[in-house]
Write a new protein. Structure first.
Lengths: 111, 114
């Protein structure tokens, strides 16, 4: 059974701080990793994808992947109240191309 | 990214009835998937919609309960049959241009069964 684990939170950070979201996965053969943001009452929205070890930066967001440790993280710099949402980690599941999702981490950024 | 339209966006359904959700994509895509998100839960894959053939269902989901059609590379439907309150969920159509590519989601269909 392939699994993706995340701390459910809530994770609370003050405005302007760095929010760090973590995710581990069980399938060592996974090749594609994604972070989605989901606001309450909305569908998931892709933030970042990462495919190789190391860091990938996009604006205030940095995704980090360590395949040896089966660990992927998302850093949000200069956190804003508008970043308050649930962040879903997803990992490719196999030959069909579908994704397995973690349960999500709820982030709250306090003004 | 693809533009994905789902209908209906929201509905309240009577127990025992069936509802068909439509998913239209603005471009041809290889992969189409249907996910379910129950209240307070993460996303669970129901099935992969295969163009021109029967859908591939995940463990715990069966064709009689969730029949799926995919007549072409831009359109798919999911029917939720003989609904019960446990079927109250968000149903999400998602697409990927190719295997291993990013998956994008439609706006979702929010179903409440009473």
């Amino acid at each position: 059974q392939k699994e993706v684990e995340q701390n459910s939170g809530p994770l609370s950070v003050p405005e302007g701080a760095i929010a760090s979201l973590n995710c581990t996965y069980s399938d060592r053969g996974s090749q594609s990793f994604f972070w989605y943001r989901q606001y309450s009452g909305k569908s998931p929205e892709l933030i970042m994808s990462i495919y190789s070890n190391g860091d990938k930066e996009d604006g205030r967001f940095t995704a980090q992947l360590n395949k040896a440790s089966q660990y992927v993280s998302l850093l949000i710099r200069d956190s804003q109240p508008s970043d308050s949402a649930t962040y879903l980690c997803a990992v490719n599941a196999g030959s069909q191309g579908n994704l397995i999702f973690g349960k999500g981490t709820k982030l709250s950024v306090k003004p | 990214s693809a533009v994905i339209s789902q209908k209906p966006s929201r509905d309240i359904c009577q127990r025992g009835t069936s509802l068909t959700i439509q998913c239209q994509v603005d471009s041809q895509v290889t992969m189409m998937f249907w996910y379910r998100q129950q209240p307070g839960q993460s996303l669970t894959l129901i099935a992969t919609a295969n163009q021109g053939s029967e859908a591939t269902y995940e463990s715990g989901f069966v064709i009689d309960k969730f029949p799926i059609s995919r007549p072409n590379l831009t359109f798919s439907t999911l029917t939720v049959s003989n609904m019960s309150p446990e079927d109250s969920s968000i149903y999400l159509c998602s697409v990927a241009p190719a295997i291993g590519n990013t998956i994008y989601f439609g706006e979702g269909s929010w179903l409440t069964v009473v």
